[in-house]
Design a protein. Structure first.
Lengths: 246, 787
């Protein structure tokens, strides 16, 4: 069977996430901020999803909730057969440890650890991790594994962060503005790495971005506005990151 | 309030935990300063006022017997302002319900009130009247300890005759601020007191009509003490003078002086340690605060605030902490000073001894606190003032890490990534890490050097009571006796062995150093009075030479093999140059020993028997004591076990009060240092810790980064702390020792362990308190805020 057809079959078979009426209210002092105002969605395994929308529209809040970093005020969220909204802090940590990979705009590498050690931070506690050196090789940094973050360029640092995220072979990669701090050439490189993880490891990708061009590499695009998913766009064809117009 | 000052107040409030932790350490400095300086001052001023009010003498002399007119001859000497003769006589009091003997030193006072030196201050009652032979004034400590007062009567044996005494007053005198019974090492007010009796009455009771046996002299301003002493000695020579001595050798004065020296030692050791640590803490905390407020500083400067205004702003932060510390320190210092003064009031007989508030002491304490906080602030304040707005507003360059030597070993040993994070952070900030280690180590050292005082005093006790003394009971005679008394003692039921103690009062000199001491004879084959070394072996008496206690040898600056010049005080006043053959480690007193034959060189007819040592049958103890009490020749009876118990009590009393404070002080340092290190560590690493949580590390695993780093630093501080303690303890022992006793350095292993454990517990509890913040870490918020 052709690889794409195989993937289509899986997509139809299984939902990675399903969220129902998710709401999030932040209370700061006397003001209430409604970050999510009732969001419903299903995300399939192996899907590439891009979240677009202006600042404060709720996309980061959703990403945090999906990643088990935060809890909704109300609503339910399932990952495969597990109801995430019912888990306590300990089990949420376990969930992150087992299934989630995170990539942030500012890399969040530990400055006192080398590239390889930053990756080991994850492989030390993961169930079935890759070898840290292999993960770095996948992002093209095999030669720089003994360098500290301060000795790497921004793009290299972000690739270390990608290697750190994929080293545990996670089910889902959550990327919050992964290219926000990078120039276009470096940004493409990082996106290619993410795309490869999706292709080779069948990792579900959720990418938050302000860059509408990136949306073209997704299966679907969620457009956020005022705490709601205003519109869902399905791409007939995913383009390769190298084709993205920046 | 100006906006910048408002910010200061808010910063202080936001950082209240850290500011308070620094304030506690600084407060400990102020408190110990106020405690030791304040008590020193109170004690010193009370003493000086008392001495001058009651006209305490400058030179004193004892003699066998001289006609009263000798006083006029002494008064006529050049440099002498006043001279006063008196009679001193020991008496045995009859308290029928007491097994142990109660003794008194009777001192004559002029019934017509013509005394001018060593005046008695009455607390209650009146002075003895003329023609009322049995009237006495008793010293206050004795009255309190035995619950007696004016109107009470009891029998006394004075000069071998029984006489009824009646208390007419209770008082104090400057020559008995501290009164020790002969043969005792610890004051015991229940068994010994000073009584003042009318001169005529005491003359009659002791067959000394118009005669005296003691002399006190007041010198003219600028008179030469040494010249007067020489002149007095030559006048008193025919009357059995035992050598005049100055106030500095007066037993009561020496006791007080050694206490004052100890307080001075405290001032020189404790406050500096606390000040040093507080300076470190201010340096570290303010430095970190300024680093985090870098962009704010840039903003203020962009607004037009001057460098001086910015510098002043951060300096005020340090000074505010110092002011808080001074208040805390003053409150606790005064409270501690009060309890210490109360303790002193129990041991020293002053009409009034109160802790007096001296503004200068408080000013001194606050000046020290402010100075040390300001010194700590200098580097941070300077860096804040120097920042240019443009540089300040751009983020600081990221810290650069590299793997050090230890680390590479760690890599081989298979450190986890968390292990690397801990070790590299320590190596990245070596100054701060060293300060944390140093601070915790100092607290450990301080605790060790105070806790070991217990070991030291126990070792001293053990040595004094078990090695130096093999007798059960020692008996001091009212005056020197011949051999007959020994036979009499040996005949008593229950007495197993009797050995005489023969001693001479001598003056020893070596180079320009002179010491007055007792030279004791050790008879051949002596068992009870043999000198024993630390391993329990008898030290052989050097034939023809002297054996000196180490204390005396140190005072004279003499080594074994050298010669000392020995002059007999009183009697024949023979002089001889004798070799020092051996040393004996005795911690109490500064005695010298010689063989019987060596002593005969000085005193041709041998030394008189002044005391005896008895080994008794334990089952017949009470009978022996009762029989001894009935012997008119016996002045005092020393019970080794009882005396040891009292000594222990006195030490416990003194040391336990202080130990309680010092455990508090040491913990304050450890808590202050660890709390601040942990808080800074947490604020620096919050972002990394949150990242670890995101990556799937549990809260406990993340807390390990923080606790692990602190634990590693604290563990590193253990050897450093014990090393500091080892030296600090010896310094303190040297400073606390006096002419009266020497403290041995003999810490037990338990003391090493206890000091480490107390500090480790204080440190780790503090780290855990800070680590609880890790538990509350909000991942989303921390990750949103760029460091």
């Amino acid at each position: 069977m052709h690889a794409d057809a195989q993937k289509d079959a899986i997509l139809q078979e299984r939902d990675a996430f399903s969220g129902r009426d998710l709401r999030k209210i932040y209370v700061t002092g006397e003001t209430e901020v409604h970050a999510l105002r009732g969001v419903d969605f299903d995300i399939c395994e192996g899907e590439v999803l891009v979240l677009l929308g202006p600042s404060g529209s709720g996309k980061s809040t959703l990403l945090n909730i999906v990643g088990g970093l935060d809890r909704p005020t109300s609503g339910t969220l399932h990952y495969r057969d597990t109801e995430l909204t019912a888990l306590d802090d300990r089990d949420l940590t376990r969930f992150r440890r087992a299934h989630m990979g995170f990539i942030f705009q500012f890399y969040n590498l530990i400055p006192s650890l080398t590239a390889e050690e930053n990756v080991r931070l994850v492989t030390d506690i993961a169930v079935d991790p890759m070898d840290p050196a292999d993960a770095l090789a996948l992002v093209g940094l095999a030669e720089r594994k003994h360098h500290y973050p301060a000795q790497l360029s921004g793009g290299e640092q972000q690739r270390v962060a990608v290697a750190r995220a994929i080293a545990k072979q996670p089910g889902v990669l959550l990327c919050d503005e992964p290219t926000g701090a990078l120039d276009s050439q470096t940004g493409v490189r990082v996106l290619e790495t993410l795309e490869a993880a999706n292709r080779d490891l069948n990792t579900t990708l959720l990418i938050i971005t302000h860059n509408a061009g990136i949306a073209a590499m997704a299966d679907r695009v969620f457009h956020f506005l005022d705490g709601r998913i205003a519109r869902i766009e399905t791409n007939a064809r995913r383009i390769h990151p190298s084709e993205i117009s920046w | 309030m100006k906006a910048l000052d408002l910010k200061l107040v808010r910063d202080l409030w936001r950082m209240r935990g850290q500011a308070f932790a620094i304030a506690i350490v600084l407060a400990a400095a102020s408190a110990t300063f106020i405690l030791s300086m304040g008590v020193h001052r109170s004690l010193y001023e009370t003493r000086e006022a008392y001495y001058s009010e009651n006209n305490f003498g400058d030179v004193f002399a004892n003699l066998t017997r001289a006609p009263r007119n000798v006083v006029d001859r002494v008064a006529a000497l050049e440099g002498v302002q006043q001279a006063q003769g008196s009679i001193l006589q020991y008496a045995i009091l009859d308290f029928p319900d007491r097994v142990e003997a109660v003794r008194a030193l009777l001192q004559s006072v002029d019934e017509r009130g013509r005394d001018r030196i060593n005046l008695v201050t009455l607390k209650t009652g009146r002075m003895p009247a003329l023609d009322a032979p049995g009237e006495v004034v008793v010293d206050n400590a004795f009255a309190v300890a035995n619950d007696v007062g004016p109107g009470d009567e009891f029998d006394a044996i004075i000069y071998g005759r029984k006489q009824r005494l009646r208390i007419v007053g209770v008082g104090f005198a400057p020559n008995y601020v501290n009164a020790l019974a002969p043969g005792d090492v610890v004051p015991d007010d229940t068994r010994f007191g000073v009584f003042w009796m009318g001169e005529k009455a005491l003359e009659a009771a002791t067959d000394r009509t118009e005669a005296i046996n003691a002399l006190s002299v007041k010198l003219q301003r600028g008179a030469s003490e040494a010249d007067v002493i020489r002149a007095i000695d030559s006048i008193l020579e025919p009357y059995g003078g035992t050598g005049a001595y100055a106030r500095n050798d007066h037993p009561s004065h020496i006791f007080l002086d050694s206490e004052l020296d100890q307080l001075e030692a405290m001032v020189t050791i404790f406050p500096p340690v606390f000040l040093l640590v507080a300076t470190f803490l201010v340096y570290v905390v303010l430095g970190r605060m300024i680093r985090t407020q870098r962009s704010l500083i840039g903003l203020f400067k962009a607004f037009g605030y001057s460098d001086a205004a910015i510098a002043g702003h951060y300096l005020k932060f340090a000074i505010a902490i110092a002011i808080l510390a001074t208040i805390l320190g003053a409150l606790s210092g005064v409270w501690m000073a009060r309890s210490l003064t109360e303790l002193y009031a129990r041991y020293y007989h002053f009409p009034i001894l109160l802790f007096s508030f001296a503004p200068s002491v408080f000013l001194g304490a606050s000046a020290l606190a402010i100075a040390s906080a300001s010194i700590g602030a200098i580097s941070g304040v300077w860096s804040a003032a120097r920042l240019t707005p443009a540089v300040a507003m751009s983020p600081p360059p990221p810290p650069v890490y590299r793997a050090g030597a230890v680390e590479r070993l760690g890599q081989k040993a298979g450190f986890t990534a968390i292990g690397h994070m801990i070790v590299r952070h320590i190596a990245r900030w070596p100054t701060r890490s060293a300060m944390t280690v140093g601070g915790v180590a100092l607290s450990m050292g301080l605790l060790f050097s105070t806790l070991q005082f217990i070991d030291s005093s126990e070792f001293m006790l053990e040595s004094y009571f078990f090695r130096s003394q093999q007798q059960d009971i020692s008996v001091t005679f009212t005056e020197a006796r011949n051999e007959d008394v020994l036979y009499e003692l040996a005949q008593m039921q229950g007495v197993l062995r009797v050995e005489p103690v023969r001693g001479l009062s001598v003056e020893m000199s070596h180079g320009n150093k002179v010491e007055r001491t007792a030279l004791e004879a050790i008879p051949q084959g002596a068992k009870l009075s043999a000198r024993i070394d630390q391993d329990g072996n008898v030290i052989d008496m050097p034939p023809g030479g002297l054996m000196l206690s180490r204390q005396l040898a140190d005072q004279l600056g003499v080594e074994a093999g050298e010669n000392v010049y020995v002059k007999m005080l009183g009697g024949r006043r023979t002089e001889a140059l004798l070799p020092v053959g051996a040393m004996v480690d005795e911690f109490i007193g500064n005695r010298a020993y010689a063989t019987q034959s060596t002593i005969s060189v000085l005193a041709r007819d041998g030394a008189p028997v002044g005391a005896a040592m008895l080994l008794i049958d334990g089952a017949k103890r009470d009978e022996v004591l009762t029989d001894l009490k009935a012997m008119p020749a016996v002045l005092s009876i020393g019970d080794r076990d009882l005396e040891m118990t009292r000594f222990k009590e006195m030490i416990d009393d003194n040391i336990n009060t202080m130990i309680f404070f010092y455990i508090g002080f040491a913990s304050a340092i450890a808590v202050g240092v660890v709390y601040n290190s942990a808080r800074i560590l947490f604020s620096e690493r919050a972002h990394e810790l949150a990242t670890l949580r995101v990556l799937g590390y549990h809260r406990i695993e993340v807390a390990v980064v923080l606790i692990g780093q602190i634990a590693l630093l604290v563990v590193m501080s253990v050897p450093v702390g014990l090393f500091i303690g080892y030296w600090l303890a010896q310094l303190m022992l040297r400073m606390f020792g006096s002419d009266l006793f020497r403290l041995p350095f003999a810490p037990s292993n338990a003391t090493y362990a206890e000091s480490a454990i107390v500090v480790l517990i204080a440190a780790m509890l503090t780290a855990v308190v800070v680590a609880r913040r890790v538990m509350r870490l909000d991942m989303v918020r921390v990750l949103k805020a760029r460091d």
